[in-house]
Design a protein around this ligand. Structure first.
Ligand code: GFB
Length: 314
């Protein structure tokens, strides 16, 4: 990949895609192409094929996906499986047809079995039943990574996949019904601080363990893989460190400066008990994260406070 290579980043307005564009630009890549959802509906096969035919990107980063937190995944499983499967099928096949040089597909750590041994290695894929709250999303993402693997096997396409852990950062979704836990905590504590509310209600028991990676670190890892990796197996992207949701809540509470109480609504699901990635393979390829959890949360909180309501809805 050289700085003039034509690189299409699908999903450039989202948390992940926007970070990948920032990272590519920071590394000097000058020929990045993007399309908004309005300009190109990635679930529309004819439109996607037409776009690839006309633009002929050399590299593709498939960061466009229908995503959400535990509640959204559980409430809208049909949307999660259909939209993600359609996007992947269309983009991967179009990339194959026009013979792109390389494609990077992004999945998620929820592809692994609910009771996978911890930390979870790439080889633990498809060794047991999935976590029910995000099964639809996981099935779609497993199918995407397998498509990349099989296109490589049958046709020799340089299609690679990576599976990031829970991500957070600028352009996150702060809608309390559909967001992931970190933006939800930031918004809940900040709203309570601003309104002087005596307590904040969080979901589940607080005991599940999760791993978090700042999205700019993840983007850096993705560009590193595009430049340095062409293996058949997907690569986990994470920190290899985990934290209980209740400890995470304490950190966010401190950073925001909320002094009230935390209450746990156990009618809401906990989801998978633990989801820690084994990142040995990524370390062996030569990449490691830079931003600590505290630094990252501070950066996300500052970003959140700098947005107006309209921007947060985009
Ligand atoms: O981030 P999250 O929504 O998704 O929730 P998953 C993580 C944990 O935080 C769960 C708890 O145990 C939640 O019960 N939690 C506590 C909260 N308070 C809140 C809150 O106010 N909002 C939210 N959202 N959670 C997702 C999958 O699973 O992880 C996706 O559904 C994807 O498919 C993503 O893989 C990375 O970590 O449980």
């Amino acid at each position: 990949m050289n700085t003039d290579s034509k690189i299409y980043v699908a999903g450039h307005r989202g948390l992940v895609g926007s970070a990948i564009v920032r990272s590519l630009e920071a590394k000097g890549y000058k020929n990045i192409i993007v399309r908004t959802h309005k300009e190109l509906d990635l679930t529309d096969q004819a439109a996607v094929f037409d776009f690839f035919e006309k633009e002929k990107p050399e590299y593709v980063v498939l960061a466009a996906a229908h995503v959400g937190g535990i509640n959204a995944n559980q409430t809208y499983p049909a949307d999660f499986i259909y939209i993600n499967s359609a996007i992947q099928c269309n983009v991967i096949k179009a990339a194959h047809d026009i013979k792109v040089t390389k494609l990077l597909f992004l999945g998620s750590s929820c592809i692994y079995p609910k009771m996978a041994p911890q930390p979870i290695s790439e080889g633990d894929l498809l060794t047991g039943p999935l976590e029910s709250t995000n099964e639809a999303y996981a099935i779609a993402k497993i199918s995407g990574l397998m498509m990349c693997r099989f296109f490589k096997k049958q046709y020799g396409d340089d299609f690679i996949s990576c599976m990031p852990t829970n991500l957070y950062g600028p352009n996150d979704n702060f809608d309390l019904e559909t967001s992931h836990v970190l933006p939800a905590l930031i918004r809940k504590f900040d709203d309570a601080k601003m309104s002087g509310a005596p307590y904040v209600e969080l979901w589940g028991t607080g005991s599940p363990l999760r791993e978090f990676l700042y999205v700019d670190d993840m983007a850096d890892a993705c560009v590193y893989l595009l430049e340095n990796y062409s293996g058949e197996e997907h690569v986990n992207i994470g920190t290899g460190k985990e934290i209980a949701i209740k400890d995470l809540a304490q950190i966010v509470k401190e950073i925001v400066g909320f002094e009230g109480e935390i209450r746990w609504n156990t009618d809401m699901p906990d989801g998978t008990p633990r989801k820690l990635l084994n990142v040995e393979k990524l370390h062996n390829i030569g990449w490691k994260e830079k931003v600590s959890l505290r630094e990252g949360i501070k950066l996300e909180y500052d970003w959140y406070k700098a947005q107006d309501e309209e921007n947060l809805k985009k």
